[in-house]
Design a protein around this ligand. Sequence first.
Ligand code: SF4
Length: 969
Amino acid sequence: MITPRETHLLRAPTLRAFQHAIVDAVTGCIEASRPAAVLTPTRAAAGQLQRTLAAASVEHRRVALVTRSEWYEWLRGRHGSCPPLLTPVQRQVVGAAAAAEARAAGCIPPFRLRPGIVAALLAFYDQLRRRRRSVDAFERLLLDELEPSADLDRGARRLLLQTRFLVAAFRAYDRRIDTRRLVDEHRLRERLLAAEPLRKVSEIVVTVPDQVADAAGLYPADFDLLARLPRLERVTVIATDGVLDSGFRERLDDLLPGLAETRVRTDGGRPPAVVVPDSSADRPYFVWRDREEELRGIARRVRRGVTADGRAPAAAAVVVQRPLPYLYLAPSAFDAAALPVTPGDALPLAVEPYAAAVDLVLACAASGFGRGPTMELLRSPHFRFETDGPPPAAGAVRALDRALAEMRFSGGLDLLSGSAADWAAETETRRAAAGALRCVLALAGELRPLREPRPLAAQLETLRSFLQRHAAPLDTGEPGGRAGEGRALVWQGLEALEAANRSLDDAGREVDVVEVTSVVRRWIESRTRPAGAPVEGVHLIDVQAAVYGRFDDVFVAGLVETEWPGRTTRNVFYPAGLLAGLGWPRERDRLRASRAAFRDLLGLADKRVWLSTFVLEDDAVVAASPLLEDLDGFVAERVPAPDHDPAGAPGDRLGPPGDAGIGRRWRALRVGRTNGSRAGGARASGRAGRQPARAYTVSALERYAGCPFQYFASHALGLEVERASEQTMTPEQRGLFLHRVFESFFRDWQRAGRGAVTLATLDAALERFETAAEDALGALPPIDRAVARGWLLGSAASPGLAERVFVAEIERQTGVVERLLEYRIDGRFELGSPPARRTVAIRGVVDRIDLHADRTLRVIDYKASRPPDPSRALQLPVYARCAERQLRAERGEHFRVTEALYVAFGDPRLQVSVPGGDVAAAIAEGEARVVALVEAIEAGEYPPRPVDRLRCMTCSFPTVCRKENVEDA
Ligand code: SF4
């Protein structure tokens, strides 16, 4: 039997009246000692409501302020015997097992079953159930719609396959949950409706609209719960006129029939004035260059209010649609104005540095312990690798990096372990690197299981144990112990994932490191870390939270087209037309509600409201929000901003006024230094004084030619080039991989006594190449393997790189008698012609030198993409000259250089010779350039002078070079 209950609707004309109505409703519950809950859209909104209740001296602790999901937990707690709800991690495991079961039963989905798809599948299931659609109804509706056109329409056929898969997966999920007597939100709702609670719930105050009007709102199933929950005596819905008139009122008649409507009185206060940039302008909003300038501008405004009028920072709120980008910018923008900030939302766990460290371990395993990720792992401050003694010293790690670069190592544990034995007796670099290599081999041994297919729980255990075993000691002086907390959260999360997979995954699936990475990343991205101790600062909150707070000044920021009105997350399975038949809201209704919520927001502040937009996002132009187009009827009063500074103008005053003098002095000092530098401050403009001669690699000389300061930063200062941690092969790794495969093939070919590849030997060459390629491909992560195989070996439709290289060799008809592979140049060479002739020590490795029967040679350099600009490239001419001289010294024979070419795998021509094919002229010109470059290096000339400004965009040292001094080449 359903308990009779009163259902009230309180209609508030403004947000301030809406807040008064909530305060009165909570007071009424407390005074009547009615156990009650107040439903709010988010935790941040509940936090703001707590402040508002506290300001009205209402002891809110006796009433639960809860979000929708917390409300279910709260009801479960009052119900008595109901077991705990499944956690999101546990549901994901059950969902993945159910999806695998559906697939194994022959319902093949038209997509790959990745962890992200499983999460979307569960979200879709929840949406259906919350809209009171059963799986049977879903199946019937969709099949009726799709089956008639499936034979004629490929799109409909694909949707049909997908529907059959989803239905099978949902049924498998239901079966698993029911057989194990597990409880999710939907089973809990059934239990709550079926039995009386142990502890009575007298009143629920609903301050959120439905899910059409607000993405965090209530669903039809929630309203059904409100209508039928046993022993519930009273339901009070509170909403503003704007939201109710946007369509919510009509929907409420269906959701909660018999509502008694009462109008809430206005609070009688004046609506806030809208602050405009300039009283003469017709635009009642501020326009900034980008988000960062916008936030800095707001911080300056708040600072002025604090200093001039004694307002508390907490009397201001910055209201945004998407808090995350603003949360990232807030520390720098508000610190500069010496203002504390109170964020409404917690930051995602993904921004914790330790989350990046976990990614590093996975990238290292996925890349087959490639050089980049391995070096980053060894250098990461989050780990301390004591594998067979103290951790490798920084010098040993640097030496290992150099040694791996020299051997063009792009990954492959077998290759690494194979060469380790010889290292102790080899070059100085390798000897210095031997300890670090042993450490890498030990770590690779621990992580090797991740690369093999194993159950997910076992993979997660391997990862967690690695992280815990090698964790660096925490810095005890760090404020708030943030690093320790972030680390503990990640470990606990991995443990929960592991436990859920052990207990609930009975599908016995085996996964490799790619899927482990995907599961771990998804989990990290879905988590937030709890906010620290609250501070009373400027509130940085979203719209949903803002409507519950009281502020003198409200800054509505980020009013751009892509964010206001807010977007809904697109359904990945079905188009809007099909979803409408399943009860999904229509876009038109959602937009009407968004506009109404925005207009309400304009009246939220007690005193002033400031609106702002920006024009650039990630250097792309963005349009202002359409909501700014029809403000006229909704702005009661406009007041011009006192002395508005356009962004970046000379009056741009950061920091509190007490700092203004310091600011001015700092600015004068900086401008003076810059001017002084230009006027002849030699050291500041990149002159370092005479430098001693040294051995140069050709790539270092090319780097100097590209930008002298870049050379100085990496070769004189020894700064490391930043390497992004890549999941797939970087261009550099691709180049190294290619070098390795071709070197291995030609070495093997030569060992078999073969010379030039000819038409007669082409098939044999391709066969041998395939063997060499397969060995190297085995060391690549699966994600790269298929692409690299097609690239090297080709397909039925197009030849691979190997065939193109061999055919080009056959067409050139060279009589190769010997190939020198990875030929090492190391010596002092006389270069240039008088008067600019001098000795230069040169080091380097030539990819290939072909010696011909007629005592000529050709020099070949492999390029993974296109050949370099001939006006800057030095490799071919310098290598040709040095190889000719070194060979004569080594063998006593003279080979004349007749050809120098790039085999450029990304160039349609494939083989590209020196300009005009005139080798002698190219060598002479290259020698002269080397001499000039070496003279400049030794004269200590290191200005930041990029050969073109595009180079700065990919440079690793933009924060080191004095950008204001950059010279044009
Ligand atoms: S940022 Fe530009 S000027 Fe500065 S070092 Fe790099 S390339 Fe040279």
